[in-house]
Write a protein that binds this ligand. Structure first.
Ligand SMILES: [Zn+2]
Ligand SMILES: [Zn+2]
Length: 270
């Protein structure tokens, strides 16, 4: 399995990062994409450092990284932060720009700033020919952030011929469909196991297996039966098992296909 989205640089792993990575290996995880948003632009390089720290070590999954400014921290994305992002995207271990996008649920940065910073990061990623990883969360009972994200992808990203990933998908089927039409992949996280998450399971049923990824978003969103605890990549297995039971497949098939999809999403043009 590949965990396509984990925050391995979280301070919550400082005490046991290596043991946590070994548990992932033992659970069958062979690769992890370490998301490089840090605690803001100042630490967005930490994911890359972790990728290098564990490179080539036996019984530890291969760690690749991303870099980007999360919409929560959009207000901090000054010219220096964007120059840092541009430099990071030229490193061979960095496979993608992200997570970037819009979050109208928390509104930690003003929406117009979020949009501006999302657009500028898409420009940097396009110039460096890197795919993007999208974070999108609308206000309650609204699809406002989806409407804006999809419109911006259509106007600004589709012409690049590059791919992208909708991470931790919680939107409606029509949003997933619009993203699939743009050549994106849709990634499902541990919240797909939550009893009240029928809408996420409905979306996962609608997304073809050859267009989906699995992730933990660790340390957040630990799946059942570990809900509420600190999440970790070993538990991506619960996501694979849930998708397999929804689609009446063997979990090994979900693991193999999502692994193949990861290469498609991050290593080839749309
Ligand atoms: Zn996110
Ligand atoms: Zn994340």
């Amino acid at each position: 399995m590949i965990d396509s989205h984990a925050h391995l640089d979280s301070p919550r792993y400082d005490e046991d990062r290596e043991a946590m990575l070994r548990r992932a290996w033992d659970a069958g995880v062979r690769e992890i994409l370490s998301i490089g948003i840090g605690e803001g632009p100042e630490t967005m390089h930490r994911a890359l450092e972790i990728s290098r720290e564990f490179a080539g070590q036996p019984n530890i999954p291969k760690i690749r990284a991303s870099a980007g400014v999360h919409p929560h921290e959009a207000s901090l994305a000054d010219d220096a932060a964007l120059a840092k992002l541009d430099a990071l995207l030229q490193e061979p271990e960095i496979l993608a720009c992200g997570e970037i996008g819009l979050d109208y649920y928390y509104d930690h940065s003003p929406r117009d700033v979020q949009k501006q910073v999302f657009a500028r990061q898409m420009e940097v990623a396009a110039a460096r020919r890197k795919p993007i990883i999208i974070h999108c969360r609308p206000s309650d009972n609204s699809s406002n952030a989806w409407d804006d994200v999809l419109a911006m992808l259509q106007s600004q990203w589709s012409r690049t011929g590059l791919r992208g990933i909708l991470h931790c998908f919680t939107g409606e089927i029509r949003h997933a469909q619009a993203a699939l039409d743009l050549g994106f992949l849709v990634s499902f996280a541990g919240n797909i196991t939550f009893p009240k998450a029928q809408a996420i399971r409905d979306a996962a049923l609608a997304v073809p297996l050859n267009r989906m990824l699995i992730e933990t978003d660790a340390p957040f969103l630990a799946p059942v039966p570990n809900r509420g605890k600190r999440n970790e990549p070993a538990w991506v297995k619960e996501v694979a098992v849930t998708i397999a039971s929804l689609k009446n497949l063997d979990p090994a098939e979900v693991a193999a296909q999502t692994t193949a999809n990861f290469g498609l999403a991050l290593d080839s043009p749309a």
